[in-house]
Design a protein around this ligand. Structure first.
Ligand code: GRF
Length: 199
């Protein structure tokens, strides 16, 4: 089966992007990373992507009339690269309903919490404030709602006495870097879709 062509959208450091790039180096991995799009030239992950020899593009909201126009620019880039699947990896701008609809079942996101618990920002702080004993991360299909959409996979970590947001984030991040490549592989192989596992 031909490898699925993947674009990764980032806003920042891009450690999940790097984990996906590393996983895709394996000859039997079912997807290849074709390019990286950032919504800011300051995204540190762009440098990593360039060093990996990947194509990069920057689509800034402020260079476009509105969000729909910026989404259209992203869409055009995805088409130019002939992309099959999109991975959001720390992409901090909510994509509009049209783009989400068009890419339904083909666009994934990673969230640093066990959805549906703790959607939104500052998850590690909020987990500690809530006093729960279990935390983790979720890879899910993207729909128009923030951090909604069918769950592809989750990984759990314990919350330990004395944890700070930083120590907890670091423990979750290790799992993110394992979970995202595994979930992308399942989607790329057609083992799971918006309606759940296939076959
Ligand atoms: C990760 O914790 C991810 O789950 C969240 O934003 C963070 C991005 O980190 N959506 P990185 O840019 O992948 O290092």
């Amino acid at each position: 089966m031909a490898k699925k062509r993947v674009a990764i959208l980032i806003s920042g450091r891009g450690s999940n992007m790097a984990a996906l790039i590393a996983a895709a180096r394996a000859p039997d991995y079912p997807a290849e990373i074709v390019g990286v799009i950032a919504n800011t030239p300051k995204a540190a992950g762009l440098e990593t992507a360039r060093a990996e020899g990947l194509r990069t593009a920057i689509v800034r909201l402020k260079d476009h009339a509105d969000k729909a126009a910026a989404d259209a620019a992203i869409e055009a880039q995805l088409e130019a690269w002939n992309i099959d699947l999109v991975c959001l990896a720390g992409f901090m701008r909510l994509l509009g309903p049209e783009l989400c609809q068009r890419w339904q079942g083909r666009i994934l996101n990673i969230h640093p919490a066990l959805l549906p618990a703790f959607p939104g920002l500052d998850t590690h702080e909020r987990v500690l404030a809530a006093g729960v004993t279990e935390h983790g991360c979720t890879v899910h299909f993207v729909t128009a709602g923030m951090d909604e959409g069918p769950i592809i996979g989750q990984a759990k970590v314990p919350v330990l006495a004395g944890d700070t947001p930083e120590s907890l984030a670091a423990r979750v991040l290790v799992e993110e870097h394992r979970l995202y490549p595994a979930c992308l592989a399942r989607v790329a192989r057609g083992e799971i879709g918006m309606a759940g596992p296939t076959g």
